[in-house]
Design a protein around this ligand. Structure first.
Ligand code: PLP
Length: 348
């Protein structure tokens, strides 16, 4: 049974629960499997979960070596939170960001000659990114030799494709060997970890930390760390032939009990789940009826004793973001990033 554990937010109507012990378990398993410390990727507010909650958990773990974020502003936020570890800026450094990089001691990833020009003669340590087949950021053909280089990285475009990934791994090895000195070397994301690349020194992972599987077949036993619950705002009986929600895309085929759930597309639910998805109430599926709206979704609660104020489950350990993503035709990353700030965060 779902109990309201939302004691700190008397008025809250939906909650993302973050299970600390599961995050710790996943970090330790990633370390155990790879034999390498983690560069924890916490870009985009820790994949939408809330970096304020996630970073302090990770920072306490000896298996976490450092952090990576997308942009300077995200790096500054981590420093202001008191994070002392190295913070990689995956998206490089633009001219107006240089002063913050210096002031906050951030480590840019240089993947364009223009980034090097921005850094100029400044005493700033940086990593260099090589494009070995991702087709996004990184040098192709050029070799950046500079005493300020403390790390090198590349990124796999298709970890599920073994043949292509092994080509990327081989190309990157050739580049790393040219340096002939000790550097931080990182290539593997959550999915890439399966390759156990022998010459890298760190893994650069995000999704798996939350217990979400990056591949269907994944050799690491992850523990789901995230769950989402929302409250029932109203329950009522409606007769047959009764239209439900905007556009009347669903009309009851018989008398039904319907529940209105305080979770809509503004909270991060994909509107494409209208008339297709479901929530869970004490283990039972509550099918979504009609169009999902901004703040509310109507479900069928017929045959249950669901009452106003009860909690329904959107995501839990048995129905992960990955499962919901498959139902919605997207990826767990997108669903997680769409969780809005209105969904309260709670570490358990
Ligand atoms: C987001 C990102 C990662 C982490 O990927 P996961 O699949 O979440 O582990 C690693 N490297 C780069 C360059 C990224 O942008």
């Amino acid at each position: 049974m779902i109990e309201s554990s939302c004691k700190t937010h008397a008025g809250c109507r939906s909650v993302l629960r973050i299970k600390r012990s599961a995050i710790e378990h996943n970090v330790k398993e990633l370390f155990r499997f790879s034999g390498k410390k983690l560069i924890a990727v916490v870009k985009s507010d820790a994949y939408g979960t809330g970096v304020r909650y996630i970073a302090p958990i990770l920072s306490e773990l000896p298996e976490v070596d450092s952090f990576a974020v997308a942009c300077v502003e995200e790096g500054v936020l981590l420093r202001e939170m008191g994070i002392k570890e190295e913070i990689l800026i995956l998206g490089g450094v633009l001219p107006e960001e240089l002063s913050a990089v210096k002031e906050y001691g951030l480590t840019p990833v240089v993947s364009d000659m223009e980034h090097l020009r921005v850094i100029g003669k400044e005493d700033i340590k940086f990593h260099v990114k090589y494009d070995t087949g991702m087709g996004r950021l990184g040098f192709v053909g050029e070799f950046i030799d500079d005493p300020r280089v403390v790390g090198v990285m590349s990124h796999l475009s298709t970890p599920a494709d073994r043949e292509f990934s092994l080509k990327q791994i081989e190309r990157f090895r050739n580049i790393v060997e040219r340096y002939g000195r000790s550097l931080k070397v990182h290539l593997e994301s959550s999915a890439g970890v399966i390759y156990r690349v022998p010459y890298t020194t760190h893994v650069r992972v995000g999704l798996a930390i939350y217990g979400e599987k990056p591949l269907r077949e994944y050799p690491i036993r992850l523990e789901p760390a995230l769950s989402v619950v929302a409250r029932i705002l109203s329950v009522k009986e409606v007769p047959r032939d009764f239209p439900i929600s905007y556009g009347r895309t669903y009309v009851t085929e018989r008398e039904k009990r319907i529940g209105v759930i305080a979770f809509g597309y503004a909270d991060g639910l994909m509107k494409s789940l209208s008339n297709r998805g479901y929530f869970l109430y004490r283990g039972r599926k509550l099918p979504i009826l009609g169009n999902i709206t901004m703040d509310m979704t109507v479900v069928d609660v017929s045959g249950t004793d669901a009452r106003v104020g009860d909690w329904v489950t959107v995501v839990d350990e048995g129905r992960t973001f990955g499962d919901l993503a498959r139902e919605a035709g997207t990826i767990p990353y997108e669903l997680m990033c769409n969780l809005s700030s209105r969904v309260k965060r709670e570490v358990i």
